[in-house]
Design a protein around this ligand. Structure first.
Ligand code: UDP
Ligand code: MG
Length: 154
């Protein structure tokens, strides 16, 4: 089992797509283990995207991410980090395949609705930033149906 950090970005909230985006993750079989509606403080946005510090789009990215609230989510499931990245689609909305969240709802390259951790290392760091108190651990009644009964949940 893996846990990933998702942000429904300011454009997702402003465009009233929060529920639809979250529904796609729930429908896939992922479990919500953390949710926090928040305006991201400047310092947190800078730290979250520090890997991009030297890129020309960084100042605009930090401005965008702090311009309006986001819904931060911790989502758990088997191989969830890679599964969720696939569900997002390519970074640029204009290039994301139909059927993906960005492909279906975004045409902008920068305003692409949703962030998701891209590796286990990134997930650990980002979950620590957005959910310092940890996640909410609990069982789901439908687990044997979402994963087959014989499945090794690791
Ligand atoms: N971004 C941008 N211009 C670029 C590349 C990225 O505005 O040329 C923004 C975009 O919002 C993207 C974020 O910076 O989601 C982080 O970029 P990254 O390459 O990590 O893409 P992601 O992991 O979000 O697909
Ligand atoms: Mg990234």
């Amino acid at each position: 089992m893996q846990t990933s950090l998702i942000l429904i970005k300011p454009d997702g909230v402003q465009r009233r797509l929060t529920g639809r985006i979250l529904s796609r993750f729930e429908e896939k079989g992922l479990q919500i283990v953390g949710a926090r509606f928040m305006k991201i403080p400047l310092e947190l946005a800078e730290t979250h995207y520090e890997a991009h510090k030297e890129r020309p789009f960084y100042p605009g990215l930090v401005q965008y991410m702090t311009s309006s609230p986001v819904l931060a989510l911790a989502l758990r499931g088997k191989s969830s980090i890679a599964v969720i990245r696939k569900m997002l689609g390519a970074t640029f909305g204009s290039q994301a395949d139909p059927g993906t969240i960005r492909g279906d709802f975004a045409i902008s390259d920068g305003y692409n609705l949703v962030h998701a951790s891209d590796s286990p290392e990134a997930a650990e760091k980002e979950l620590g930033l957005f959910f310092p108190e940890g996640t909410v651990d609990y069982g789901m009644a439908d687990t044997p149906w979402v994963y087959d009964v014989e499945s090794d949940l690791g």
